[in-house]
Design a binder for this molecule. Sequence first.
Ligand code: COI
Length: 341
Amino acid sequence: MKPLPNWDGLTFSLTETDWIYVARGDQRKSPVWDAGEWLPFGDVGCTPASPALSYGLGIFEGLKAHRTKDDRILLFRADRNAERFRNSAERITLAPFPVERFIEASVELVRRNARFVPPYGKGSFYLRPVEWASEARLGLGTVQGFTVAFYGSPVGPYFSAGSAPGLRLLVKEQGRVAPGGTGYAKAAGNYAGGILIADKAKKLGFTDVLYLDARHVKYVTETSGSNVFLVRRDGTLVTPPLDDQILPGVTRESTIHVAKHLGVNVEERALSIDEVIADGVGLFCTGTAYTLARVHEITYRDRPYVFPDDSVRSRLFDVVRGIQKGESPDPWGWTIEVPRA
Ligand code: COI
């Protein structure tokens, strides 16, 4: 039994929990995936010749469960993460893990680690499914053997309280990912190169960076780990369309859905940095980890621009968070109630 964290001091960091799930896949077998096993949190073993280590053949997911006021636990949109996990696998030649198995393992992970789901209002339980090519191989090429592991951790806010009243983003005149590359997949390699870039920006006092597109270096795309939305002066919500450089965020999709339901005009289209500066009154990020995070300021070509209006983000956040925490009705069936252990 692992120790519980201090519920009043949760940040977005790892607390080891009691159970993890590990399944092994082999494309030469039928079925491809074994039944998997539940193990105490610990190392799972990896050959140094794994192409995940040399060539980045690894993917991951992030999804959350929340405790409700009446002490139930709700898992949010696991089906959408399951589908993205499969799509990400296909993009980088890993064996797709079945959607039903993903949902089952997610529910069971939360059920077994239920004592690590923070009390109502104290944070959430973040699930991190990962898959990697675990067969030894020296040269570049496809492999047949894979491992999937699911672990989770209680978490608090991704950004510290010091980021109030909102994030400060440094606009980088470069792409986050390559054109025609893996940007629409949740591939580990998409994140590796950005860590140094964000780290340098943080040392200058920024919370994160905002990337432009890699083809024209003109349109905004994503931060290090989230999608972005602009609230225009005329009240329209604009977010970049899904393409090779945009991750199909589950929070992005949920935000668009809720906004349309509330009668907000939503446009999924190319959004230039010039438009952000000229017509933007509000700006925010969306992601499982970032939630719907207000951006207070961006710096572009050494000039700061402030986004004073947080009203649209805050209205959308209340609805999404309300569904996640069981405080609002769930008209679209987005949550699964996790059975008691
Ligand atoms: C998430 O939002 O779950 C992510 O995977 C982003 C990551 C940078 C924490």
